[in-house]
Design a binder for this molecule. Structure first.
Ligand code: C2E
Ligand code: MG
Ligand code: MG
Ligand code: MG
Length: 290
């Protein structure tokens, strides 16, 4: 019967969830040793001016090379870091390391750091980490961008807005990442904290695909909205010349994607870094992305 089938699929999900929980526990213990051994690093991906292709900023993206599993995707391990209550510690390291790296860039490009809702929920602690990362590196506040997603507003927490205001007061720039994917996009913009909207890759890709007039109209309306609110716009996930040309034609000012550069680990990252978590990181040869 339908009832029986329903119960069956419930048991299936329960089993799948137990399996996932066990996998996450294994990942969590591996992560704890990864932090001790300095196995985490940051890769940087350029964000370019849409017409001149000049590098405006570079986004710092966490990388973890697991001794057995190899590269683990951040979409997989960042949630585990959050659930383990380690995001404050790791996020602080990311901030300090990204600011230190960017302070050495001769082209003066900004650095963009992803900040998860769990980090933002820490409020004053995050603001303190940002201030310290800037002070320790000597990086000017206006060269640091923090990328947050709409999910930070889901809790409906007033401290979220206070924290965003405090970060703006420090002088850093705020980017609304993955724009278009959430449910309350417009409400996120009413307080004017953000400098930049980042159009999610799914829209970038679909807008340039034949037979997808809806996505194209959505991208056009995001750009109109951004002009009205005096916001910069970055289109993420640009892989082809057609996608880039469309975004330029629609008036998008900044582009990011494999067409302009993949996330790359800087050459000196494993030798010049201060010990991330109180231990000396292993020196290892750096493999540069092609
Ligand atoms: P995100 O912030 O939206 O980052 C963009 C993702 O798209 C990155 O994946 C990047 O490598 C990928 N990407 C960029 N250009 C292209 C392209 O042309 N084609 C395709 N197919 N992909 C492209 P990545 O590095 O796997 O990161 C995934 C997510 O993990 C990030 O999404 C971000 O939400 C999170 N993340 C990464 N580093 C950190 C971090 O330091 N802290 C926090 N809290 N989250 C992070
Ligand atoms: Mg991002
Ligand atoms: Mg994004
Ligand atoms: Mg994303």
């Amino acid at each position: 019967s339908a009832k029986k089938a329903g119960r069956g699929s419930f048991l299936f999900f329960e089993g799948a969830m137990a399996e996932e929980a066990a996998a996450n526990r294994a990942l969590e213990s591996d992560l704890r040793s990864a932090l001790k051994l300095g196995e985490l690093s940051l890769a940087y991906q350029p964000i370019v001016h849409a017409r001149s292709h000049e590098v405006i900023a570079r986004e710092a993206l966490l990388r973890w090379t697991h001794p057995v599993r190899g590269e683990v995707a951040p979409d997989l391990f960042v949630p585990v870091i959050e659930d383990a209550g380690l995001i404050g510690q790791v996020g602080n390291w990311v901030l300090r390391e990204a600011c230190r790296e960017a302070a050495g860039w001769v082209d003066g490009a900004r650095v963009a750091v992803n900040v998860s809702s769990a980090q933002l929920a820490a409020g004053p602690a995050l603001v303190g980490h940002v201030i310290h990362a800037l002070a320790a590196s000597g990086l000017e506040a206006r060269r640091l961008e923090l990328e947050v997603t709409e999910s930070i507003f889901l809790a409906g927490d007033a401290t979220t807005r206070t924290t965003l205001d405090q970060l703006r007061a420090v002088g850093v720039r705020l980017v609304l990442d993955d724009f278009g994917m959430g449910y309350s996009s417009y409400a996120c913009l009413t307080n004017g904290e953000f400098n930049t909207l980042k159009i999610d890759r799914s829209f970038t890709v679909a807008a340039a695909a034949p037979g997808r007039p809806a996505e194209r109209a959505i991208v056009e309306s995001i750009l109109t909205l951004a002009r009205g609110l005096d916001l910069d716009v970055t289109a993420e996930g640009i892989e082809t010349g057609e996608q880039a040309a469309l975004m330029v034609a629609l008036g998008c000012g900044q582009l990011q994607g494999f067409l302009f550069g993949r996330p790359e680990i800087p050459f000196d990252a494993h030798t010049a870094v201060e010990p991330p978590f109180g231990t000396i990181p292993k020196r290892r040869p750096t493999i540069r992305a092609a």
